[in-house]
Design a protein around this ligand. Structure first.
Ligand code: DCP
Ligand code: MG
Ligand code: MN
Length: 339
């Protein structure tokens, strides 16, 4: 028969397993333990599958197979190859740099330096560089796996409730708002961003609230480490970057706090809601109109006689909507600011 002259088809599950194993191995090699593990789990699950996987619908129903893996499975079935595997294998340098740059406090410069010194894995960094790392980078290594995880939105709500409660114990009039990707409606977030404010309250008092809040949250065990501390050389800051974990939750999360006086709250909301691309777009628009938009307000820039220090006249900072209007922009709900 004609058919028998064609090569016998490798069973689909075996083809899938072949590619997933390669992916898992690649991530293993580059110390991306979490990713490697998620591939291994999927592999186990496919090994335990009695039928031939043929469709996305079948794949996504398997344990340990999410949307992204299901699409990869379909790609393997249809093309007998996997694009991402090619990228992962093609440029080992980029992979290593990406791993290093994901350590909190490590930028491109340091990552490149380590690469050229021959370091390839997080283990290498721990073995060769640990003593010379900043506290920040040490925390970055310690919480590397935790901070590589996306935060489910429902967990964001729990953080919100917890922090709000702690804040109201200090000052019932203080307001706590979640910003960033959460306010933009994200299903999962990279970190959690808080703005703390209070009606008719100056920044000095707010910084005091933040300092007491941080002390309480450290005592309760919620804050695990301060990355950009609230206090630096005796000066109280209006910002805190930290690692924080809710009791009975498996991961420490990145949490950012910002205190903002109520008369700047509109500009601060705008800034801290983002996203970064949207902010850049809006700031450029301001510049094009001879204005300046920052996290403290929208200003008209005037000639002061000295070109180095132009005079900035505040136009608006209290109200987010007014800033849109002054920039001749249609209001956009936060969920429409994902670019
Ligand atoms: N922001 C900015 N420019 C930067 C960094 C931040 O304008 N270089 C603003 C816009 C961001 C907001 O601050 O939306 C919060 O910063 P995050 O880094 O927390 O980013 P997101 O909350 O938007 O996303 P993620 O889910 O990754 O935290
Ligand atoms: Mg964020
Ligand atoms: Mn943040």
């Amino acid at each position: 028969k004609l058919e028998s002259q064609e090569k016998p088809e490798v069973p689909p599950n075996q083809r899938i397993l072949h590619f997933l194993k390669l992916m898992s191995d690649e991530y293993e090699k580059t110390n991306q333990t979490w990713k490697s593990q998620s591939y291994r789990k999927a592999i186990e699950s496919i090994k335990n599958t009695a039928f031939n996987i043929r469709t996305y619908e079948q794949a996504i129903k398997l344990p340990h197979v999410g949307k992204s893996l299901a699409s990869k499975i379909v790609e393997i079935l249809q093309t007998n190859s996997l694009k991402q595997l090619q990228t992962v294998q093609r440029d080992p340098k980029l992979i290593v740099l990406a791993i290093f740059e994901k350590i909190f406090g490590v930028g491109t410069h340091t990552a490149e330096k380590w690469y050229y010194e021959g370091l390839r894995t997080l283990e290498d960094v721990k073995a060769e560089k640990y003593m010379g790392l900043s506290d920040l980078q040490k925390y970055g290594l310690q919480y590397y796996d935790d901070w590589s995880q996306r935060i489910p939105r429902v967990e964001g709500e729990k953080h919100d409730q917890y922090v709000r409660m702690a804040c109201h114990k200090i000052d019932p009039q203080a307001e706590v708002h979640i910003m960033g990707s959460y306010r933009r409606g994200a299903a999962t977030m990279g970190d959690i961003d808080f703005i703390i404010t209070k009606k008719e309250t100056k920044i000095l008092e707010l910084k005091g609230i933040l300092r007491r809040l941080v002390a309480d949250l450290e005592k309760s065990g919620y804050i695990k480490c301060q990355l950009r501390g609230v206090e630096k050389r005796g000066e109280i800051k209006s910002k805190l970057f930290c690692g924080a974990q809710l009791a009975n939750y498996p991961f420490c999360r990145r949490v950012d706090f910002l205190v903002v006086p109520s008369d700047e709250i509109g500009a601060a909301f705008l800034y801290f809601t983002g996203n970064t691309t949207f902010n850049r777009h809006m700031r450029q628009r301001a510049i094009d109109m001879g204005l300046k938009l920052s996290n403290s307000g929208l200003y008209r820039v005037e000639d002061s006689g000295d070109p180095n220090t132009p005079r900035e006249v505040l136009l608006e900072s209290k109200d987010e909507r007014t800033i849109f209007k002054l920039l001749n922009m249609e209001w956009r709900d936060p969920v429409e600011r994902n670019f």
